[in-house]
Design a protein around this ligand. Structure first.
Ligand SMILES: [Zn+2]
Length: 437
């Protein structure tokens, strides 16, 4: 009856969409106090971390006191045995004998992060993403095509799918777009959830053939969706596009509503702070680093966790009536930024301009050293020297002429281990990034 639990949580979560901003804030404070105390008293990792930092949960007496809670860096979790973090423990203080699920996040930097989850945590993660889908028009009887990495497609079918409920059709990004297009024609899904690069390859094939395939809704996530890719998806599938933002650690963080004006943050499930280099909150409209407190993750807590991404919050309330605050844009995923020799980081989004180049099929920017970037390009037709030089010059301008640009023509861009084609990959260590003390 595990799925019944998810259904119940989903029902409650949908009710919370009607909350006022004041109700949301009251609830967040109540949950914040609860999870900080719980983590301190039950997780050896948090107890030690907070004791060392001279922090006690009693210091949190108002919502604003959240800033007194020490910031948690990704590196700390990476370097810790996950068994020290979990809060469910037996009388000897050992992790309780539960049906723990171990999840490894890949991360393009090669340093994995291991999370241990209970079913209780997983119900919340699943309900949260289904709620986001439901706001994009998804209904439980819809056929949903999921275009992601092949590894995830190994999940077996659930019994309820045979009854026509939450039917998922997994398609791997690693197989040819021709094959995936045929699968889509056969499945005729009402809803697609995909990595942008996976579904874009199919869209480009359709455009190339002068065809369209009607799919009402496409939700994208895990990679940055630039506006040119969005337009191509709309054109090829006549679809309404919704972008989602989330991470492996805390699941879905925000989702685009039908007003298509920013992404609502799941504020009943997490507190999202945007902080400047010194750790102070940035005003709405300004870019800051994403720090998340996951209020539903009681068994493996993430409290004031610096995800490493950057985003901008929008002022005001959305025309759809939901009072959960909105992110205007996620400007930089932690692993899709480029570092200039001056030490400044620039968002990978700046490179979307390159997509306007007609002879270019796909590109990837890779930074392995301080002074240069590689521009890997898969081409439709072999460029003339003049065209290639112009592209290199354009790319140099985007990095403010601070980096050398080394072009490299490749037959095909390979998917990374997690089945994504990231447009921008920075292999420099980010240990000296702001807030990472
Ligand atoms: Zn809205």
């Amino acid at each position: 009856m595990r799925w019944w639990n998810t259904y119940k949580i989903l029902h409650d979560m949908k009710e919370k969409l009607h909350w006022s901003a004041a109700e949301i804030r009251r609830y967040q404070f109540w949950k914040l106090r609860q999870i900080v105390r719980f983590a301190y008293h039950n997780s050896p990792f948090y107890r030690e971390f907070y004791d060392k930092a001279g922090f006690s949960p009693d210091q949190v007496v108002s919502f604003e006191d959240i800033t007194k809670i020490p910031l948690l860096q990704k590196k700390q979790i990476q370097e810790t045995d996950p068994s020290h973090v979990v809060t469910q423990r037996d009388e000897n203080g050992e992790p309780a004998d539960l049906d723990w699920m171990v999840e490894n996040t890949s991360g393009s930097t090669g340093r994995p992060l291991t999370i241990k989850r209970t079913w209780g945590d997983l119900y919340h993660i699943k309900a949260k993403i289904i709620r986001a889908f439901s706001q994009t028009g998804f209904r439980f009887y819809h056929r949903q095509a999921v275009i992601k990495s092949s590894a995830e497609s190994l999940t077996g079918k659930h019994w309820f799918e045979r009854l026509g409920i939450l039917r998922k059709y997994w398609m791997a990004v690693t197989v040819s777009p021709e094959f995936n297009l045929e699968s889509l024609r056969r499945i005729r899904p009402q809803h697609i959830h995909a990595y942008p690069s996976g579904v874009l390859a199919i869209a480009e094939l359709l455009i190339e053939r002068g065809q369209t395939l009607d799919i009402p809704v496409i939700c994208t996530g895990a990679e940055v969706l630039d506006h040119i890719s969005r337009e191509k998806l709309q054109e090829a599938f006549n679809a309404e596009i919704f972008d989602l933002y989330g991470t492996r650690e805390v699941g879905n963080i925000s989702w685009e509503c039908p007003a298509h004006n920013g992404m609502h943050v799941n504020e009943d499930a997490l507190i999202l702070e945007l902080l400047d280099e010194s750790g102070a909150p940035v005003p709405d409209g300004e870019e800051g680093q994403v720090v998340v407190t996951y209020l539903d993750g009681m068994d493996f807590p993430f409290i004031r966790y610096n995800i490493g991404d950057r985003a901008i919050r929008m002022p005001g309330i959305c025309s759809c009536g939901i009072e959960f605050s909105r992110l205007k844009q996620v400007t930089g995923r932690s692993d899709s930024r480029i570092r200039l020799p001056s030490g400044k980081w620039i968002s990978g989004l700046v490179f979307q301009e390159l997509r306007d180049t007609t002879w270019l099929n796909a590109f990837r920017i890779v930074q392995d050293d301080e002074k240069a970037i590689k521009l890997q390009i898969a081409v439709r037709s072999k460029p003339q020297k003049r065209q290639l030089d112009a592209l290199v010059k354009k790319t140099r301008k985007l990095v403010q002429d601070e980096l050398d640009v080394i072009p490299e023509i490749v037959d095909k861009l390979e998917y990374d281990n997690s089945g994504k084609i990231k447009a921008v990959v920075c292999n420099l260590t980010s240990d000296d990034a702001p807030l990472s003390k």
